[in-house]
Design a protein around this ligand. Structure first.
Ligand code: FRU
Length: 530
């Protein structure tokens, strides 16, 4: 019923959507970009968002021949969730994006739900040639009519392939490739190549656990194992898994990481948890304590994130991107004519701490290309508070801040408050009594569109060092904080109409030293013409 209820607002929204955006074709024909292109209220300036209409999960993240592909759950006819398509964009640098036409449309088998894309290098599927291997997308078909009838088998897996660098896609004529009539929630296939056992492995989210399937050719699949019952958080239905190996920092060893998103249900709504352990090609074993719940992000707005497949070994990074929203309120946020953005792409790394294995996430290095001006914050001891407004660079603060606080273990609470002329205030910082990094968006502009949106959100600090390095990315309607090199991350949206004109830093116990740099960033979208 979850998906049926998502459909209700569609009818209303269909009546009010104004299609005043230039089409892909218009732009390809040299049509002009309007003066207000990507300049509407709340429009993210350096995060990906669709030109118009509804977007949710990133899908099929894959690198191929110099391009990072991003597909995404997309409903091109409305600003709320509906019959799902795969939207498509590509980037050569993970920072700037080119919009491409919709890649996959719903068909007789159903809506196109989340899934993954791999490069079938050895043409194991036979769908390309040895010289031109296919890109293979494996996704979930969702049948709303079967769901409405109360029967269980409304989700099964389909395949599509492309032999022209992802520009056009052909659905496999033998679809569906994997179904199980007894399963109700059976979705979001993540496919990975397991080199030691020379086979493809598909991880599926099945209500409250994951199921792993194996295949020699991406087409025929056999059940391998299950994971998840009694492990981690079960506050919501399990969705959007990912499985990959990460080197363990400072050692020659590595571990396997399983990401699992859990849909709205718990206190934080939609959120992504992870497990770290071992994978032998058949079964995944969690090596942290099963009752430990490890969140990838402590903010409210990072969901259904997965990582890029096929990033070249010489690069070696595991690059992650999430949907920067939350099912609790995603469909009612006050944006128009689009809804939702993605987080910035982040590099994941793995560390071993006394309490177990933990993931760090940090913005990809490519983001540095957006930096256009820099101001230094000289080392300062602040008594009470200080005005940092001059670091806002004037009218539209798009900021990348690198701050280092010293003495955080003694009397080290700090907070930074951003406010505008209408009195909206966004506060973030660290509280040394509880050890929490926090974002308080309760007075940051519009909050009334949902009861579950507003509030203070926190992530407990893991490190106990005296120094705390913090990276902060501030876009027009989002804040991403990476504390202790990404050990504690919070991603939060906010909706202020007027730009922030004041920034104050406050140290209630006046003993914290701070220094750092504040960069002003460029936006990533082309400037329109008058
Ligand atoms: C996660 C999710 C997936 C599903 C998709 C449908 O946000 O619910 O499980 O495939 O969205 O749009």
């Amino acid at each position: 019923m979850k998906y049926l209820s998502r459909l209700l607002p569609v009818v209303v929204a269909l009546l009010i959507v104004a299609c005043d955006q230039p089409s892909e074709e218009e732009k390809a024909m040299g049509g002009t970009i309007p003066a207000d292109y990507y300049l509407e209220d709340y429009r993210p300036q350096f995060h990906f968002s669709p030109e118009a209409n509804w977007m949710n999960d990133p899908n099929g993240l894959v690198y191929y021949q110099g391009e990072y592909h991003m597909f995404y759950q997309y409903y091109p006819d409305s600003t709320v969730w509906g019959p799902m398509h795969w939207g498509h964009a590509v980037s050569r640098d993970l920072v700037t994006w080119e919009h491409l036409p919709v890649a996959l449309y719903p068909d007789d088998l159903g809506y196109i739900f989340s899934g993954s894309v791999v490069v079938d290098r050895n043409n194991t599927s036979g769908l390309g040639t040895d010289e031109n291997p296919p890109l293979v997308a494996i996704y979930t078909y969702h049948q709303p009519d079967i769901e409405a009838s109360g029967a269980s088998a409304f989700q099964y897996q389909g395949l599509a392939y492309s032999v022209d660098k992802g520009r056009t896609w052909t659905k496999y004529e033998g679809n569906p490739i994997l179904k199980d009539m007894s399963k109700k929630d059976f979705r979001d296939p993540r496919v990975v190549w397991h080199a030691p056992s020379q086979k493809w492995v598909m991880i599926l989210a099945v209500f409250d656990h994951l199921e792993l399937y194996g295949s020699p050719d991406l087409i025929s699949w056999q059940y391998l194992s299950s994971f998840g019952q009694g492990e981690g958080s079960h506050e919501g239905v399990w969705e959007c898994p990912d499985l990959f190996e990460l080197p363990l920092e400072g050692t020659a060893a590595s571990r396997w990481v399983m990401l699992v998103s859990i849909s709205a249900g718990g206190e934080r709504g939609s959120a992504t948890q992870y497990f770290v352990g071992d994978f032998d090609g058949t079964a995944f074993v969690n090596q942290n304590r099963p009752e430990n719940i490890l969140w990838l992000d402590f903010g409210r707005d990072n969901y259904a994130g997965v990582t890029w497949s096929d990033v070249p070994e010489r690069d070696g990074r595991r690059i992650f991107m999430g949907w920067m929203s939350n099912w609790d309120y995603a469909q009612v946020v006050p944006t128009h004519p689009w809804r939702s953005a993605m987080t910035v792409p982040r590099t994941l790394s793995l560390v071993s701490l006394p309490e177990g294995f933990r993931i760090r996430s940090f913005p990809v290095g490519e983001f540095d290309i957006l930096r256009k001006q820099v101001k230094e914050i000289n080392k300062q001891l602040i008594i009470g508070g200080n005005d940092w407004s001059s670091y806002l660079y004037g009218r539209e603060p798009l900021l990348d801040m690198e701050l280092v606080f010293t003495n955080v273990k003694k009397h080290g609470s700090w907070q930074i408050a951003l406010s505008n002329l209408t009195g909206d205030t966004l506060v973030f910082g660290f509280d040394d009594v509880t050890d929490y990094v926090f974002v308080d968006r309760s007075a940051a502009g519009e909050t009334g569109f949902s009861d579950t949106y507003t509030g203070v959100h926190r992530g407990k600090r893991k490190s106990n060092t005296d120094q705390m390095a913090v990276r902060v990315l501030l876009d027009r309607s989002s804040l991403e904080i990476f504390a202790d090199m990404g050990e504690v991350v919070l991603t939060e949206q906010f909706f202020v109409k007027e730009p922030f004109t004041s920034m104050r830093v406050q140290f209630p116990h006046d003993e914290v030293l701070v220094q750092g740099v504040v960069y002003q960033l460029n936006r990533i979208w082309p400037q329109g013409e008058d």
